[in-house]
Ligand binder design. Structure first.
Ligand code: FES
Ligand code: FE2
Length: 375
C-alpha cells in the first residue's frame, strides 16, 4: 500500500450530518461535513487519550458542532485543518497548546465520491486523480457503483489489465474456453506517465441483454484497460463504432487484504434511467464473476518475488504495472505493512498517515505510519 495518492473514501451520499469512520490503508479516518456541507477528513484518533472521533455507537456518537468535529470522550473540538479549537476541561477562554493538532488530509468530491489525498506531498507535487473526462458532458450518462473484494487492491488492478482472463471468467466476453483455436488477441500497448494499459479486439459471444445487445453492431468489441497510479484504472469498451462505455475505477485498499471498488461507468447511448438500471445490474454480474475468482486467489497480495509466479506474454501489462509500483516504492511512498501490523498488534501504538503539515511542522502526538525507506 502506498501513501501520496488520492483514494476514494466513501460515496457522497454516505457522508451525512454524522461523522463517518472509514478505514483506508489500514488506518482509521474521520470524515465529516461542515456547515456548507463541504467534506473534510482527519485522522480518527483523538490525541487527548485516544477517543474515536467518528465513533459510530449510538450511545456515544461522534458529532459535528458547527464547522468542527467533537470527540465523544471529553469533548475536544477539531477544525477541518486538524487544529484543536476547544478543550472543555480547561474552561472557555483557556489557550489551546499548539501541539493540540491532528493530521488533516486534502479532500475533494467528484463523480459522487469523496476522495482524500493520503500523504504528505505539497499540492504542486501530488499525483493527479484519474480523470473521468466524460462525466457531466452532454451526450454521456453515469452510473456509480461499489463492491468489495476480500483480496488486495493490487490483485484487482492486475485483473483489469489481464486480457487472458476474459475468455474464461466472463461468458459474454469470450467463449468460455470452448474454442480450440483461442489465443489472446494482439495487444496495442499504451504507456503513460502514471500507468500502462492496452486496447485490443475481442471476439465474443455477446451480452444476453436484449436492449444493450442491440447497441452492438459487429462480432468483435474494441476494448482495453490501463492503470493509473497503484490503485486506479480505466476501461474502454466499444461494442460498435458509435456506442462507447468508458469506466473509471478507483480502488480503496481498506487494508492490505481487503478492497472496496468504486466504479464510475460512463456511456454515450441508452442515456435513460431504464438503460442505466440494466447496465448497473450487468456491471454487477460481470463484477461478481471477477469477485468469485479473485477472492480465492492465493496469496491475497501479489508475491514480492516474480519467480513465485509464472508470467506469460499476455501478462506483459502486469509486469509493466509492477515497474510503476517499484517507482513509487523508490520514492519512499510504500507502507511498511509488516512493521505497521506488528506495532498495531502490540496494542500500544496507533499510527497516522503523514499529512502535508508534517512536512513543515513538528510536534505531533501520534506516530507516523512506518514507510519503507526511499532508495
Ligand atoms: S479522548 Fe478525545 S477528548 Fe479526550
Ligand atoms: Fe474481469
Amino acid at each position: 500500500m502506498f501513501i501520496n495518492f488520492w483514494y476514494p473514501a466513501c460515496l457522497s451520499e454516505e457522508l451525512t450530518e454524522r461523522p463517518l469512520k472509514v478505514m483506508m490503508l489500514g488506518c482509521n479516518f474521520a470524515l465529516f461535513r461542515d456547515k456548507k456541507a463541504e467534506a473534510h477528513c482527519l485522522s480518527n484518533t483523538c490525541i487527548h487519550r485516544g477517543g474515536s472521533l467518528a465513533c459510530q455507537g449510538d450511545a456515544a456518537p461522534g458529532k459535528v458542532i458547527g464547522d468542527n468535529i467533537r470527540c465523544p470522550y471529553h469533548g475536544w473540538e477539531f477544525n477541518k485543518d486538524g487544529d484543536c479549537v476547544k478543550i472543555p476541561s480547561r474552561g472557555a477562554d483557556a489557550p489551546i497548546p499548539p501541539k493540540a493538532k491532528i493530521d488533516a488530509y486534502p479532500t475533494q468530491e467528484k463523480y459522487g465520491i469523496v476522495f482524500v489525498f493520503l500523504g504528505d506531498l505539497p499540492e504542486e507535487e501530488r499525483p493527479p486523480l484519474l480523470d473521468a473526462v466524460e462525466f457531466g458532458q452532454e451526450g454521456w450518462a453515469a452510473n456509480i457503483q461499489t463492491y468489495n473484494l476480500k483480496t488486495s487492491y493490487q490483485r484487482s488492478i492486475e485483473n483489469a489489465i489481464d486480457p487472458a482472463h476474459n475468455e474464461f471468467v466472463h461468458p459474454t466476453h469470450g467463449f468460455s474456453g470452448e474454442r480450440d483455436d483461442y489465443v489472446v488477441p494482439k495487444l496495442d500497448l499504451i504507456e503513460e506517465e502514471w500507468g500502462v494499459g492496452f486496447m485490443t479486439d475481442y471476439e465474443s459471444s455477446g451480452t444476453p441483454d436484449e436492449k444493450y445487445g442491440k447497441l452492438r453492431d459487429k462480432a468483435t468489441t474494441r476494448a482495453g484497460s490501463g492503470t493509473f497510479g497503484p490503485s486506479q484504472f480505466w476501461t474502454k469498451i466499444h461494442p460498435s463504432g458509435k456506442f462507447f462505455m468508458h469506466q473509471y475505477t478507483y480502488d480503496l485498499p481498506i487494508d492490505e487484504n481487503n478492497t472496496r471498488v468504486f466504479l464510475v461507468n460512463m456511456r454515450n447511448a441508452g442515456l435513460d434511467d431504464e438503460m442505466g438500471a440494466r447496465l448497473r445490474s450487468r456491471n454487477l454480474i460481470v463484477a461478481q464473476q471477477d469477485i468469485d475468482v479473485l477472492d480465492e486467489v492465493e496469496p491475497p497480495q501479489t508475491p514480492r518475488d516474480i519467480t513465485k509466479e509464472f508470467m506469460m506474454p499476455a501478462d506483459s501489462c502486469i509486469v509493466k504495472y509492477r515497474d510503476h509500483i517499484k517507482k513509487y516504492e523508490k520514492n519512499g511512498w510504500r507502507i511498511d505493512v509488516p512493521k505497521m501490523n506488528a506495532e498495531r498488534a502490540s496494542g500500544k501504538i496507533v499510527h497516522a498517515i503523514p499529512s502535508p503539515r508534517r512536512r513543515t511542522e513538528d510536534n505531533w502526538v501520534l506516530d507516523e505510519t512506518p514507510l519503507l525507506p526511499k532508495s
